[in-house]
Ligand binder design. Structure first.
Ligand SMILES: Cc1ncc(COP(=O)(O)O)c(C=O)c1O
Length: 435
């Protein structure tokens, strides 16, 4: 398409886009010429929702004016602050409101969930995850295995794509479960793979894992705010995510966690039962709010996933996310996904004529990807790196993932069809000029 597609056609698509007005609700990083950069990096750090400035400012004002009384009397009282995020997170993850909670950050939440849900017993001691998982996930898993006195070298099963392939096949996951299922205590799987952009069918994945009696957790770092998610219906045991990518919560934003209702229901409120899957590690913020400040030794769990909270929420890491989730709810998740599919399909089509020089390793079918496309330069990693740097010099903000991938994500909330067109032109010109 890029041979014939014109900038005017891209602009016409933007003019017809019912979500185009949301771009003005975000701060667009500018280049040296004062023009917006071609920002296609929402898979790494989403842009600042302008409404966040007011919300953070209000929290600072309330702190200045109320001091400690802000805990109860701020315009958004700080004690139940996480509740400001519940409805939006539940809507984006297909969870019941009681099943989600905003807390901590991703790897911390993963550790907490593994502490609760990785319960090796008898022959069931192993963890299955993908080879090439995000390093932090692997560090969390191997250290959890070792922390229990087991050996990660034997207890961790890592499933790699077939030789010569970049993507994982669900039937291969099912084959591993068939072969080793009775030894697998827990499966940790991504919703969208961070390097390839491959989106998995969570429901199918969950059916196969649960049929083998294994516990299932999802890392939704690259899924939430990007692809449709149905956590409750999938019956996954837990899920974790960060909020600084597609959720636009800002650097180090508060992360999130899902615990399926059946686990909250199974846990007695007034004691900890280590033998139950999902056994809580507790702190005072998991204690029910009405009696929390009596400071009594007896624990009494609050309802649902909030019982897994440990510490009081970080207000300044949460305020920008409130602003962003409001924008998501206003735009509508269905409309965002429809635009996302159209925009990424458009970018993929623009890149097709460059196929002699590049390989898009992300699946072609929109059901198997979110908005990210992962591009490999055929001439090798060294040239790929030079291409990436030349793109940056031309104002395209994308990123590089070792060993040889350029990740590009047109985000439906703030990217235009014209951004896709500008990127494709920049890549075409760079490929022609960079040896
Ligand atoms: C898939 C995945 N897992 C884990 C992390 C680590 O996140 P955090 O630093 O919030 O723990 C990231 C961060 O980008 C990620 O993409």
């Amino acid at each position: 398409m890029s041979g014939t597609a014109t900038r005017e056609e891209a602009q016409a698509r933007d003019a017809a886009d019912p979500l185009a007005r949301f771009r003005a609700r975000f701060a667009l990083p500018l280049g040296a010429d004062g023009e917006p950069l071609i920002y296609l990096c929402g898979h790494s750090l989403g842009l600042l929702p302008l409404g966040a400035r007011r919300l953070v400012g209000e929290e600072l004002d309330d702190w200045a004016q109320l001091g400690v009384n802000g805990h109860e009397h701020a315009r958004r009282p700080w004690i139940p602050y996480h509740e400001n995020l519940t409805a939006g997170l539940a809507a984006l993850t297909g969870a019941h409101p009681g099943e989600v909670v905003a807390m901590n950050s991703l790897t911390v939440n993963l550790h907490l969930m593994l502490a609760s849900f990785y319960r090796p017993h008898g022959r069931r001691t192993r963890i299955l995850m993908e080879a090439g998982a995000f390093s932090s996930d692997r560090h969390a898993v191997t250290s959890q295995i070792a922390w229990r006195g087991l050996d990660p070298a034997t207890e961790l099963i890592e499933l790699a794509p077939r030789a010569g392939e970049a993507l994982l096949r669900l039937e291969d996951i099912e084959a591993v479960l068939e072969q080793h299922g009775e030894q697998i205590a827990l499966v940790l799987w991504p919703g969208v793979q961070f390097r390839t952009g491959q989106a998995f069918d969570l429901a199918r994945n969950a059916r196969s894992v649960r049929a083998r009696g294994c516990v299932l957790g999802f890392d939704l770092a690259h899924s939430i705010g990007n692809v449709p998610i149905e956590l409750h219906g999938s019956e996954a045991d837990f899920a974790v995510w960060c909020s600084y990518k597609y959720l636009n919560g800002g650097p180090g934003a508060i992360g999130g966690c899902f615990v399926h209702q059946r686990h909250a229901d199974a846990q007695p409120r007034d004691r900890h039962v280590g033998a139950l899957p999902g056994a809580r590690l507790a702190g005072w913020w998991g204690h029910e709010e009405p009696t929390r400040f009596l400071m009594e030794p007896q624990f009494l769990a609050s309802a649902g996933a909030t019982a897994w909270q440990i510490s009081n929420p970080s207000v300044f890491a949460a305020a920008p996310l409130i602003a962003s989730l409001r924008v998501f709810m206003e735009a509508g998740i269905g409309a965002l996904r429809a635009k996302s599919v159209a925009l990424t399909d458009y970018l993929a089509a623009l890149l097709e004529p460059l196929a002699p020089h590049i390989e898009v390793i992300t699946p072609h079918a929109s059901a198997e990807r979110g908005c990210q496309l992962s591009i490999r330069i055929r001439a090798g990693a060294a040239r790929g790196r030079r291409v990436f740097e030349a793109l940056g010099a031309r104002g395209a903000v994308v990123d590089w993932r070792s060993p040889d991938i350029i990740r590009v994500a047109p985000v439906p909330l703030y990217n235009r069809f014209e951004d896709a067109w500008l990127f494709a032109r920049a890549l075409r010109e760079v490929l022609a000029g960079v040896s």
